[in-house]
Design a binder for this molecule. Structure first.
Ligand code: IVH
Length: 672
């Protein structure tokens, strides 16, 4: 049977949209980039040949177009204003007093929204079609970035639904979600390309590309937060307007909530501040807006900001301080990382006295020297970073600047250091003979997601290595109680407890064991993919790079690291020692796709009591289920622990079944 061009184009469009959704919105690519590109090329060819087939929302409209020589200026019909800031509950009380005095009413409804840390854009739809997009610029004039904005995957190119106004200007924020940002930077690092300091800079840089084909490859997302000029009718409340935008297909924040009174605004602020580090995107505060449009109009504006809204900012995440010196730390793979010693500063809610400088290239890029005043950034739970050097520093002319010299020998064991071709990292070549590397290897091996040896903490590992009791991870299983009891600060009871947890850790799982081996670039997810693919350790260790790259999640670099690890005799010896010493795991019998939960997709959210989220997902996959990180119509069940927030809410809205941990453990018992 032959397919008509109409059918083929429709099928390609549906396939590409599905792939793009998986890639951008669920962070779960379904096919390699090359397959996507090939299908897209075919669709482009069809649409060129049969122009009638082209639809305004075709994925071909999002690939970007030929580079511009510069951005045109765009005059905003209504200026894009900024917001006044509040830094405390008192500032919020003052804001509320100003509002109530002018409105003559104490019961004000406020719409609360996260203040997204990205780039503000204005997007104009005429008769439902996207015709113009511009940056904020100076608030009056911005730049025409239509070609770039058209590539944003969650932004409709045409609005759907009822009563779409003939002219609608939507305003909102373009951001790169954190996970997508990390992945994008990991890819850039692997390809030796420039990495971005934070998602905001990456979003801004992506929107400023003159070549929109580059923008199209960046994981940008849009969230609408208000409207500008509108010809046509809209509801009389801010939250209802956003609801209407969402009905027309525009993304709005799922965290938006309307409350009455300023005390509840404070509660919202506190609740979101607690979630801040685990949100899927960066926010730098909360925006509170008087919800009624008539009230907004009555309140009006003062200079460049509305009287009806305020942004309560979180404590700064970027501050400046002085670089006092640089230490060099040796990691598990021998990588030598320069660590900045800083004049302690309070940033993002904690005192920071160290920050990573990554590698020698980064030191050069920053042009940083000891004595400089530097800007330090702390975002989420990531290690603090040095973002830039404050110009004109050191401000104090009595401070001597000193160049940062990279050591020619390992600072721990004195072995030579080497830089692999094409790599930014400098490594100690000492291997396990290097105490620092050995300690880092053991820390990883004993960690919770690996062999999970409770009680084997950093200090104890230092002692065991320094005293010569442990020279490889296998030696952990050779430790005896009298040896342990002789260690400083180790009581008899603790020595028995430690032995018991070492004993317990002998029974593990194949994915955990693979992860525990500490092969470069093999994280938890890759270890799981390898275990599911090979089912047996020997098969993994014997696999050629060609076979390895056939595994999900494994590219040529990871395959190379696995081969390198498996062919090293020292590693072979450690593995056979571990097995001889009784380390064991149950045979992996069910590869994903089979089992009692085959065909179902689960999302695990919140903090579980009995195991980590990663372990719960692993159990689910072992039973044949798929696991995903976000809730969508395709989710079958959401497993929730305490603290489950927006994902639980979304599941409720979509009518998806929700189970708690106790129900789930009972289900497992029946199935396993
Ligand atoms: S409302 C007239 N809502 O914050 C008020 N702004 O200084 C218009 N921003 O550059 C802004 N999230 O891009 C509003 N939920 C939100 C926001 C938000 C982020 C940004 C906005 C602007 C800045 C205001």
């Amino acid at each position: 049977m032959t397919t008509s061009p109409v059918e083929e184009a429709a099928a390609l469009r549906a396939q590409l949209l599905g792939w793009a959704e998986a890639y951008f919105e669920r962070d779960a690519p379904l096919v390699p980039d090359a397959d996507y590109d090939q299908a897209l090329k075919r669709l482009e060819a069809l649409e060129r040949e049969f122009p009638d087939l082209a639809t305004p929302d075709s994925p071909t409209q999002r690939v970007g177009s030929a580079p511009l020589s510069e951005f045109e200026a765009v005059e905003h019909r209504l200026p894009m204003l900024s917001l006044d800031n509040a830094f405390s509950a008192e500032d919020m009380d003052d804001f509320h007093r100003r509002v109530t005095e002018r409105l003559g009413d104490g019961d004000v409804a406020y719409c609360c929204e996260p203040k997204l840390d990205g780039v503000a854009v204005s997007i104009v739809y005429e008769h439902g079609a996207l015709v113009l997009a511009a940056t904020r610029g100076d608030g009056t004039r911005g730049e025409n970035i239509t070609a770039n904005v058209r590539t944003i995957s969650n932004l409709p190119l045409t609005l759907s639904g009822e009563d779409v106004p003939p002219y609608l200007e939507v305003r909102g924020e373009v951001v790169i979600p954190r996970e997508a940002f990390e992945r994008m930077n990991a890819q850039a690092r692997a390809a030796d390309e420039k990495v971005f300091v934070n998602p905001r800079n990456a979003a801004a840089g992506s929107l400023r590309q003159l070549d929109s084909r580059i923008t199209a490859r960046r994981p940008l997302t849009f969230t609408a937060y208000s409207v500008g000029v509108v010809e046509g009718d809209l509801p009389g409340a801010h939250d209802a307007i956003l609801q209407r935008l969402s009905e027309w297909g525009l993304p709005v924040s799922e965290y938006m909530q309307t409350v009455t009174g300023i005390a509840v605004c404070d509660d919202y602020y506190e609740a979101l501040a607690r979630q801040r580090d685990t949100l899927p995107f960066d926010i730098d505060g909360i925006v509170f807006k008087v919800n009624g449009m008539a009230e907004q109009e009555k309140l009006g504006f003062v200079s460049r900001a509305p009287r009806w809204a305020i942004a309560r900012k979180f404590p700064a995440q970027e501050v400046s301080t002085q670089l006092l010196g640089v230490d060099f730390q040796v990691g598990r793979t021998g990588a030598i990382t320069p660590v900045a010693r800083l004049q302690p500063v309070f940033v993002g809610g904690v005192t920071v006295s160290n920050a990573t400088l990554h590698n020698a290239d980064e030191i050069e890029r920053l042009g940083v020297q000891v004595g400089d005043t530097v800007v330090v950034r702390r975002a989420g739970d990531v290690i603090p970073q040095i973002v830039s050097v404050v110009e004109g520093s050191p401000s104090d002319s009595s401070t001597e600047r000193a160049k940062i010299g990279f050591p020619g020998q390992c600072p721990d064991c004195g072995s030579d250091v080497a830089r692999e071709e094409g790599e930014a990292v400098i490594r100690c070549i000492g291997g396990m003979a290097c105490g620092a590397q050995l300690k880092a290897v053991i820390r990883h091996f004993a960690s919770r997601k690996a062999m999970d040896i409770e009680g084997l903490g950093d200090k104890l590992i230092d002692q065991l290595v320094d005293d010569g009791l442990v020279g490889s991870v296998a030696d952990i299983f050779r430790l005896s109680q009298p040896q342990l009891a002789m260690l400083e600060r180790m009581g008899e009871k603790s020595s028995y407890n430690l032995l018991a947890s070492i004993e317990q850790s002998r029974s593990t799982t194949l994915p955990k064991f693979i992860y525990a081996l500490g092969i470069r670039e093999v994280g938890e997810a890759t270890a799981l993919a390898l275990a599911n693919h090979f089912l047996e350790l020997d098969a993994l260790l014997a696999a050629s790079t060609d076979v390895l790259v056939g595994v999900d999640d494994v590219g040529p670099i990871v395959a190379h690291h696995i081969r390198g690890f498996a062919s090293d005799e020292r590693n072979q010896r450690v593995i056979s020692d571990l097995l001889a010493l009784g380390v064991n795991w149950p045979t992996v019998t069910v590869a994903s796709g089979e089992g009692p939960l085959a065909g179902t997709t689960w999302v695990v959210t919140g903090k579980l009591e009995s195991m980590s989220r990663g372990d719960a997902e692993q159990r689910l996959r072992a039973l044949g289920a798929k696991t995903a990180s976000s809730v969508s119509a395709k989710t079958s069940t959401v497993l929730t622990g305490p603290g489950a927030g927006s994902k639980r809410k979304k599941a409720e809205e979509l009518g998806i079944s929700i189970v708690d941990e106790i129900e789930w453990l009972a289900m497992l018992e029946e199935m396993e």
